[in-house]
Design a protein around this ligand. Sequence first.
Ligand code: BGC
Length: 392
Amino acid sequence: MIGPAFLQAQAQTMSTTSSSAMPPGIERSSFGRLPDGREVDCYRITNDNGIEMRVINYGGIIVSLKTPDRTGRMDDIVLGFDSIGDYLSDTYRQANPYFGALIGRYGNRIANGRFTLDGETYHLPTNDGPNTLHGGDVGFNQRLWHVEPFSSAEGRGLVLTYTSPDGEQGFPGRLSTRVSYTLTDDNELAIDYRARTTRATPVNLTQHSYFNLKGEGSTSVLDHELMINASAYTPIDETLIPTGEIADVSGTPFDFRQPTAIGARMGQKNTQLAYAKGYDHNFVLSKTPGQGDLPTLAARVIEPRSGRVLEVATTEPGLQFYSGNFLDGSLTGKSGRPYTHRSGLALETQHFPDSPNQPNFPSTILKPDKTYHSQTVYRFSTTASENQPHAD
Ligand code: BGC
């Protein structure tokens, strides 16, 4: 079952390793250098079942993730590149897809690059039409994180830390951020986010992996079957900013409470789908009663042919489902195949977009006397046969 209680205890029990000694199951290699000469490291982490994840310290990017299909064949199920140059290229920066990266300080959009807090108005760089997307011009996805590999009773992984100076990208407060990635032997990738600030500030951290459960570089994800545990979503305007409404999904293409092929309703005449050129919406997650602060099931994706299943559980109130609408074939991935339209999907656990300007949304303001904490678990499994639904 998703929702390991160990995440709470993790900070206390893990043993980290610095310098050149690596815990068993983790290897480090060079991923190249940044233009300023700083070295980019790549960490290869494997679990006892052969699942293999590679992460770089630049942006905390998950550059590859290999999982078995129902026959045991391993494929890389996330979009990404093999060298740092590809993540730094002009083509990549123009497309700005944020493949596999940690997103901060504020995942998703802030309207008009502006918010008011305690009577003061703050201005952020606008990098998505009139709005600020994923933390501004230089978000956490472009920072070099400090990385400590660890091995604990629950699994192997990395603790990534980054301290964002007061005023960075226009945000108030010095923000100390700590994210851990744990790959467990239960085939889960558990992500734990914590942050502290010196001044009140909005924070909304997330992970931006794009999945294609057939293997990256394959055809579109329209055939993937998706369940989202949400009976409401936040409709958007033409610049993808929420209108403030919390709308019922019933009778709309946004009702994914029963597993539905992503492409099944994509062609419907619908203003929301037209604004986003597909799905690019925040879902208001239904929470399982009695689960307390533990992550609860947010979404399940099944790819019928390979049998791969991805489940997402989170403590966050929202989930941005993005169907890769802006992928257009201009980027070529690790396999040498182009990332064509809708050939990857992102399921970003988060607070709602533009919360600093939306009084009726759950608050994203972190105060100096509090610790920001959220947890998300991605779980990888398979179905036994093409016609057999996934068993809980
Ligand atoms: C946003 C999309 C955006 C994508 C890549 C997603 O989180 O919702 O609109 O295109 O990130 O930047």
